[in-house]
Structures are given as C-alpha cells and as structure tokens.
Design a binder for this molecule. Structure first.
Ligand code: FAD
Length: 405
C-alpha cells in the first residue's frame, strides 16, 4: 500500500490531497513540493504580500490532522510509470496513484538570465526579493503588460516607484483579450502614473554600474534607467522533468489529460496549471493558468482515484473557467472562454469605472469580462454554465440584470 503521491504543493496539489480525504480516501497521501516553504497561495504575491500588507499566504490547512505527509524541499526528477515509481531528489518514491500538479514556471527574458536586478514573480521568494525593491522606490521597468505585469505595476506605483511597462504588442493583455476590449485598459496605465510603451522589444538589459541604475535597452535604441527589472512575459507548464517518462506532453509542454484528468499512462493524473483538459462545452482543449482551475480540478482527480459509487457515473471535468485580477484600482473578472469568431457585446461605457463585455456564440453566452461589475460576473457565470439562449438586445443595457430572454 503506497497510496497516492501528489507532486507539487501549490493550490492544485494541496487541494487534491484535501479532496482525497474529503471523499473518504483512507490510504496514505504524500504531498511532495520543491519549495522549502509551507504550502502557500500565489495570487496574494502580486498584491498584499508584495506591498507588505500581508506577511504571507500559507494555506490554512492542517496537514497533520488530515494525515497528509508533507515532503517539502523535495524535487521530482522523473517517473517510471511501469514500475509505479517517482524519482525525487530524496530518492525513489513508490506510488499506487500519482498526481502531477507541478504548476507553471515563468518564461525568462532571453539574454537577461542571471543579470543582477532582473526579477520574476512566481514564488514567495520572488515576492520577498521584490518587497525591498519597492520600498527603495527605484525606477522600475516591467517587461510585459499581461496580468502579472499589470498587477506588479499597480503595486509599484502604490509604493511610489516610477514605472515603465514595456510591451511588444500594440496593447496590454494582447494574448488574452481582443484589441477593442483591451484598448480602454491602455488608459489605466497613464491614469496610475505608469508609462506604457507598446510595440517595444527589449534588446538587452545592462546591469547596474556601481552608484547608478542599470538600463533596459529597447530595439529602437532607447535606454530606460532601471533600478530593477520585473519580467512578466508568461508562464509555461513545469513539466521538463517528465521528458522520457512515457507520459505524453502537449505542444505547450502541458500534460494533456482526459475529462477525468487522467494522463496517457495508467494511475497517473494531472491537474492545475500543468495540465490541459478537453472541454466539451467549448469544443476544444483548454490549458488554463488560473487559480479557480486549480481549486476545481482536484475534486475530479480525487473522485477518479477514489472511484465513484456504482450508481453514480463519474462526472467529466468541464468547468466554466474563471479568474480575476486586481489592477490599477479595478476589479477585473472573466468567466468562460471565447474565440475571435464569437460576437462581442458591450454593457456600459468602457471609459467609465464599471463596464462589462459579453461574448455570444449563436445566442448562447460563452464568456464575460466584468470590470467593477461583480454582479454581472456572478449572473453571467450562471448563464454560461446553463448554456441558456439570450436576447442580445437585452444584454447591452447595463441597467438591466443579466438574464435569459
Ligand atoms: P503552482 O501554484 O505553480 O504550484 C506548483 C508547485 O509545484 C510549485 O510550488 C512548484 O515549486 C512545485 N513544483 C514544480 N515542479 C516540481 C517538481 N519537479 N518537484 C516538486 N515540486 C515541483 N490566478 C487568478 O485566477 N487570479 C489571480 O489574481 C492570480 N494572481 C496570481 C499572481 C501571481 C503572482 C501568480 C504567480 C499567479 C497568479 N494567479 C492568479 C495564477 C494562480 O496562482 C495559478 O493558476 C495557481 O497557482 C496554479 O496552481 P498549481 O498548483 O497548478 O501550480
């Protein structure tokens, strides 16, 4: 009896261990994590933890009471699925079932690796290194105007730093939102006193000289003084360690799981930022890098491991994806999934403080972005979940609650 071994002690791994106990699993549960810290939540790292208004963000889980064995500071190095053995920095660990929950790792800026003063923001250690940087109120250059870049820029402005955000695309959040929706967000940077430079690529980062700041050199030759550089150009699944294991990996390095979050090999499951799943709801495979997916997926994994009672068909994992971001004094929320082919409808004035955007496929609501309109988000999420037909004319009046025709 080796029980269940969960690799990765982030949100998805911790929730999997907890869900196993909630669903009555009585065998051994071992949670292995590379980081030395007590397992913690990531969203506060770019918010309260960064600003020092929260000390940490450790999960409020009593591992001992749940009889979950924590092995921290232990890195998984490979899997031998035929033998049911996980190889780690502390030696081989046999398993009956293995859950891959190694999350994602930030993409590094080519050429800037190891340059002093260049930071990433993914781990508690990263956030703790950045806290004093904010306190010193340096000139800060943020590379990438995505979710992390926007949240970091917000915190840095709040801390009184001069902030320049450098973005290769023509707008913020170019990978996530269409141009017309991201356009009003451009103004948020200026309003917060941050400079946003679009169409700008980093050529190189020059380290600080004694007594002076470093510089970020752009492809147009401009040199931005930078006491610190924060790189937020995306993340990719942390799965390099699975190469050669026989477990299939997808085009983005993710583990393509099935709708019960099983991988291509028996008794191995994958969940959270490292895994993609087939969405029947959206007719495509989704790779979601957001917190809610790391909260919901584990219940499916635990059910698949525990085995559903004979009278209950196990449910497929097909959530309505959800995430939020806090940036420039605004609460931004998104539910669902849309493509360029879906119809965009506005609710409210995007230059104002609160507005939403709906995406329809035929007459069904498939996705919704809400800025400062949490009620729209809550109502929209339910309508997306239900797949109800909508009357587009009723959607565009922000004074009316969102509901079906
Ligand atoms: P992770 O949280 O990445 O955890 C994986 C863990 O596995 C890590 O601790 C890692 O060290 C460990 N690991 C990796 N490889 C190995 C190995 N080989 N052996 C052992 N352990 C290993 N989402 C939102 O929806 N809203 C937000 O506002 C938001 N804010 C965020 C702010 C920041 C700064 C960051 C970084 C992310 C934010 N996210 C947000 C995303 C959200 O935090 C992630 O989607 C979530 O953490 C995914 O959980 P996970 O457990 O799959 O992966």
């Amino acid at each position: 009896e080796h029980g269940v071994v969960v690799v990765g002690a982030g949100m998805a791994g911790v929730q999997t261990a907890v869900a196993l106990r909630e669903q009555g699993f009585t065998g051994a549960v071992t949670l292995i994590g590379a980081e030395p810290h007590q397992p913690y939540d990531r969203p506060p790292l770019s918010k309260a933890v960064l600003l020092g208004t929260a000390e940490g963000s450790a999960f409020d889980v009593d591992f001992e009471a749940l009889d979950i064995t924590l092995r921290l500071g232990c890195e998984a190095l490979g899997v031998r699925p035929g033998e049911h053995v996980l190889d780690t920095s502390a030696g081989p660990v046999p398993y009956d079932a293995l859950v891959l929950a190694t999350g994602a790792e930030p993409i590094r800026l080519a050429g800037a690796e190891g340059v002093p003063g260049v930071h990433l923001l993914r781990t508690l250690d990263d956030a703790e290194r950045l806290r004093p940087v904010l306190a010193r109120q340096h000139d800060i250059v943020v590379v990438g105007a995505g979710w992390i870049g926007a949240e970091f820029a917000t915190a840095a402005r709040e801390a009184g730093c001069a902030v320049t955000v450098v973005e290769a695309a023509d707008r913020p959040l170019a990978g996530a939102l269409p141009a017309e929706v991201a356009a009003p967000m451009t103004a948020w940077y200026a309003e917060a006193g941050a400079v946003l430079r679009t169409h700008a690529r980093v050529e190189r980062v020059e380290p600080a000289a004694p007594g002076g700041p470093g510089h970020v050199v752009l492809d147009d030759g401009s040199r931005l003084p930078a006491g610190a550089v924060v790189v937020g150009i995306g993340a990719r699944p942390a799965t390099a360690w699975l190469a050669g294991s026989g477990i299939d990996l997808g085009p983005h390095g993710e583990v393509p799981a099935d709708d019960r979050l099983r991988t291509s090999v028996p008794d191995v499951y994958a969940v959270g930022d490292c895994a993609s799943f087939p969405s029947a709801r959206y007719g495509e495979r989704l790779l979601v890098h957001h917190w809610d997916n790391a909260l919901q997926g584990p219940r499916t994994v635990a059910a698949a491991i525990v085995g559903a009672p004979a009278d209950e068909a196990p449910e497929a994992y097909d959530p309505v994806p959800y995430f939020w971001s806090e940036q420039f004094g605004r609460f931004v929320q998104y539910a669902g999934h849309h493509t360029a082919a879906d119809t965009t409808l506005w609710r409210g004035d995007p230059t104002g403080p609160a507005w939403s955007v709906c995406w329809l496929r035929e007459d069904r609501l498939v996705a919704l972005l809400a800025v400062g309109r949490p009620r729209d988000l809550a109502q929209g999420r339910r309508l997306i979940q239900a797949g109800t037909g909508m009357d587009p004319r009723l959607l565009t009046d922000p004074a009316r609650p969102l509901k079906a025709a």
